[in-house]
Design a binder for this molecule. Structure first.
Ligand code: CA
Length: 229
């Protein structure tokens, strides 16, 4: 595994639909969290920071459109891609007209193959390393599909943890990550690791990146954590 797999939040009030989506998403290698209604959805968006939301239009109480609006209005969550599911194509036309900020729309009944393709398109943009893409930053190239790293054209040797760490940093150059966020992403949420372990692996990553010369690209942000560049 290149890094912690993308987490998909499914918001759907119909149990059978929810289970079908969970089954198919897990078969694709994603981790899945489920919400039955808007309140649950907003809670999980805040708690789990999902990488993508599959959102049903027709929900009791708070509609899918309203959830979409709230997620896209919050600077903390607006970058999360939303794929809206709707029962009829007229609804898709309406949701487009409403400019809720949904990233894509799929009409029910949908083909699972098509939905997964749309999902991968969104994740290639927001989680490229986890989707096996090739990333570059300055003179560093990370090929997530081939599991290889180059700097200045020379192959580098990274341990698996350092590779996941670099993948995470290279997906969002300039972003400041806290140690807790890096732990969640690199080790996974369910594993207890001391935050000082991060410092050890960042040290190893820097050493590997500078093995053939070149300056240190991983910045320490005092009192917070780390950033690439
Ligand atoms: Ca529904």
């Amino acid at each position: 595994m290149a890094q912690a797999q993308p987490c998909v939040l499914v918001v759907e009030d119909e149990g059978a639909q929810r289970e079908v989506l969970k089954y198919n998403l897990e078969a694709e290698g994603f981790s899945v969290v489920l919400a039955e209604n808007g309140d649950e959805a907003m809670l999980l968006v805040a708690e789990e920071q999902p990488d993508l939301i599959v959102l049903d239009w027709m929900l009791p109480n708070v509609s899918g459109i309203e959830i979409c609006r709230r997620v896209k209005a919050d600077p903390q969550t607006r970058q999360i891609p939303i794929i809206m599911l709707s029962a009829r194509s007229e609804e898709v036309d309406r949701v487009r007209g409403l400019e809720t900020g949904a990233d894509d729309y799929v009409v029910k009944p949908y083909s699972v193959v098509e939905l997964m393709a749309r999902l991968r398109t969104q994740l290639r943009r927001t989680r490229p390393a986890s989707m096996g893409e090739r990333l570059s930053y300055a003179d560093i190239i990370l090929d997530a599909g081939e599991h290889r790293v180059f700097r200045g054209g020379q192959a580098l040797h990274l341990g698996p943890t350092e590779f996941r760490l670099l993948s995470t940093l290279m997906e969002k150059p300039g972003r400041v990550w806290t140690r807790e966020q890096l732990l969640d992403r690199v080790w996974g949420r369910d594993i207890y690791v001391d935050t000082r372990t991060i410092d050890v692996h960042v040290g190893r990553l820097r050493k590997a990146l500078m093995a053939n010369g070149g300056d240190n690209p991983v910045r320490t942000v005092r009192g917070t954590g780390y950033a690439l560049g």
